[in-house]
Design a protein around this ligand. Structure first.
Ligand code: FMN
Length: 341
């Protein structure tokens, strides 16, 4: 049987749902070739960050107007320029170069948090040849003065400002921390986005108790992180008409199947490729295909959303009922053996 793995994401016709997520995997052109050879459906660039763009603009301004001291002070709040592999111009150049050497769709990535001029870069990314754009709204409100309604209002302004600047489709990469995620996603769609990416991972710093300092951490994900994504994919699938992409915790063919059953139109991979190499993508695709064949699905489309909130036989498992049930002593005993208190 020939199972059809095709999917549509952001108006792009993809041969299957496995997309390489935003990461430094694009920093080497050889790696990009490997990714294409492994059969990736699409490639997402690592992000061009708001901080990077502002720093570049400040540098140019200080050069033109001779404000070197102001520049030094202002940029002391930013990450060192060596943090970024590419500056905004070389980032655009990298998109052009990648487009020359691969035939899979290339998705640019802009990453920021304030409604300001950096969003102009959306049209530069489009002109450089990107087939779509991922807009990453990575922020963690930490001040009591951060009013929730204002935060969402600003985020929607950013989405609108980016969508208004480009013809290519835009997906918005979100965090799970919204009072009402479905409501917010509806607004994202209303502002012109064609998709959302669920979710950003937050890299929480640890504490060094001897040195009394915070220690930045980069840990690759594990499959357990997928559960949060599955829940929200399943809930959003029936309520919003924009595309859904799953990012975070996809490591095995079973993870891919769960994400698609929950409603994902595309499934992004980063940690599993950093661990296993680009070739792992083709192994995942083959195992996905075999599983669908064995279970007699004619197509991936047939499976998509089959475990969405509406389609799941026990929707209360996604709701409060499950939370209440799972916390009973009997459940704990079943799972961990006799309770010792
Ligand atoms: C080393 C590294 C660099 C990343 N850089 C970016 C980035 O530039 N922009 C972005 O939106 N996400 C970035 N991410 C997040 C990934 O795109 C992805 O959302 C996250 O790793 C979860 O997917 P995973 O479980 O497959 O790793 C990065 C992740 C890693 C591990």
């Amino acid at each position: 049987m020939n199972v059809d793995l095709k999917t549509q994401y952001l108006g792009l016709n993809l041969p299957h749902p496995l997309v390489v997520g935003a990461s430094p995997l694009v920093d080497s052109l050889d790696r990009v070739r490997e990714i294409e050879d492994a059969g990736a459906a699409a490639l997402i660039m690592h992000s061009l960050f708001e901080e990077q763009i502002l720093m570049d603009e400040l540098a140019e301004d200080s050069y033109v107007h001779g404000h070197e001291e102001t520049f030094a002070e202002a940029t002391s709040y930013f990450p060192a320029s060596s943090t970024f592999a590419l500056n905004p111009e070389t980032y655009l150049e990298r998109i052009r170069k990648i487009k020359e050497i691969v035939s899979m769709p290339v998705i640019g990535s802009l990453n920021g948090r304030t409604p300001s001029g950096w969003t102009d870069y959306a049209s530069d990314i489009e002109s450089a040849g990107a087939d779509a754009l991922e807009l990453n709204l990575y922020f963690q409100p930490a001040l009591h003065a951060d009013h929730p309604a204002k935060i969402e209002e600003d985020a929607i302004k950013i989405v609108k400002s980016v969508c208004d600047r480009v013809q290519i489709p835009v997906a918005v990469k979100l965090s799970p921390y919204f009072t009402s995620l479905p409501h917010f996603v509806k607004q994202v769609a209303g502002a012109g986005a064609k998709g959302v990416v669920l979710f950003n991972r937050f890299y929480q710093p640890d504490i060094d108790i001897e040195e009394l300092k915070t220690v930045p951490q980069l840990k690759l994900s594990e499959s357990s992180e997928l559960l949060l994504r599955l829940r929200w994919l399943a809930i959003l699938k029936d309520q919003v008409s924009i595309d859904l992409s799953c990012s975070g915790g996809v490591h095995t063919p079973v993870d891919v199947i769960k994400a698609v059953m929950s409603g994902a139109d595309s499934v992004q991979l980063v940690s599993c490729l950093l661990k296993n190499g680009a070739g792992y993508l083709s192994a995942l695709r083959t195992q996905l295909l075999h599983w669908l064949e064995e279970h007699e699905y004619p197509s991936l489309q047939e499976m998509k959303g089959s475990m969405s909130y509406r389609n799941t036989p026990n929707p209360d498992a996604i709701e409060r009922a499950n939370y209440v049930k799972i916390l009973t002593a009997a459940q704990i005993q079943d799972r961990f053996g006799p309770v010792k208190w």
